[in-house]
Design a protein around this ligand. Structure first.
Ligand code: SF4
Ligand code: SF4
Length: 262
């Protein structure tokens, strides 16, 4: 009989706590959008962060909060993007794929000003008097861009220049962000003509540091029927919206600065 009262009290207390917890879980329940799990299941799941969000889970949440668009994942192929758009009731715009292109063709053709013995990294090299190369705007060749590419789309050539595999490139722009000389631009994949120099110096000064640098002669400007290339501040610049990749400027460029890429 002595034990009955504590057992009943405990039982009653348990019941009361149970009811309280059930009520609290209902009241403070966080509603999860059922689409979240579906989107996470569709995404590639590589968590590269190239979309600017904290991995694929962050991107899925940002999609539901309408902070990003259905085609914002840099790794997803068209089918995945379309599936996400359908789930969210969005319509995808047809966009031309862009790829990273290098605005330098110097590499080993450009001599060194001094022997650099520091860490084999372009940013570290740049911190030493702007880098070892005679051209102060050209590629330093230590492949910091190749190491930073999350898709292994860049390899370093024997010429000491980065080569972008356009099939692997996802236009995430990581190479452009890490390159201390700011040598990469994202260019529409079907645009094959690139002005591969970044040095804004008069022709005679450019010639002394790089045999393939732009000498600002403007012959390319005159050859272009589409008004797509102009020499601005001693440097040939292509308007990729106008360029048809006809290659006329490539044929006439005496410095071989303008090149056709694959
Ligand atoms: S492109 Fe830029 S990051 Fe890449 S090797 Fe050249 S200097 Fe270095
Ligand atoms: S890092 Fe550059 S080369 Fe690599 S995927 Fe991104 S944009 Fe393309």
């Amino acid at each position: 009989m002595d034990i009955l009262l504590p057992v009943m009290s405990l039982g009653l207390l348990g019941l009361l706590f149970g009811i309280g917890l059930a009520f609290a879980s209902k009241k403070f329940e966080v509603k999860v959008d059922p689409r979240l799990e579906k989107i996470q299941g569709i995404l590639p799941g590589v968590n590269c962060g190239a979309c600017g969000q904290a991995g694929c889970a962050g991107f899925a949440e940002a999609l539901l909060e309408e902070k990003v668009l259905a085609d914002g994942c840099k790794v997803a192929d068209d089918k995945v993007k379309e599936a996400i758009a359908v789930l969210l009731g969005q319509k995808l715009e047809k966009k031309i794929k862009k790829v990273a292109r290098l605005r330098c063709n110097g590499g080993k053709k450009v001599k060194d000003r001094f022997i650099y013995k520091g860490v084999k990294d372009c940013l570290s090299a740049k911190l030493h008097l702007g880098g070892q190369k005679q051209c102060l705007e050209g590629c330093l060749g230590f492949g910091t861009c190749a190491k930073a590419c999350p898709f292994s789309a860049i390899t370093m050539s024997e010429e000491g220049l980065p080569v972008v595999d356009i099939q692997k490139c996802k236009a995430c722009n990581k190479c452009a962000q890490v390159c201390p000389k700011k040598l990469f631009s994202l260019v529409p994949i079907n645009n094959k003509v690139i002005a591969a120099c970044s040095l804004h110096e008069p022709g005679k000064d450019t010639k002394t540091v790089c045999p393939v640098g732009c000498i600002a002669c403007k012959i390319c400007e005159k050859a272009c029927k589409y008004d797509a290339i102009h020499v601005i501040d001693y440097l040939a610049v292509i308007d990729h919206n106008k360029c048809t990749s006809c290659g006329e400027c490539v044929k006439v460029c005496p410095a071989k600065t303008i090149t056709i890429v694959k």
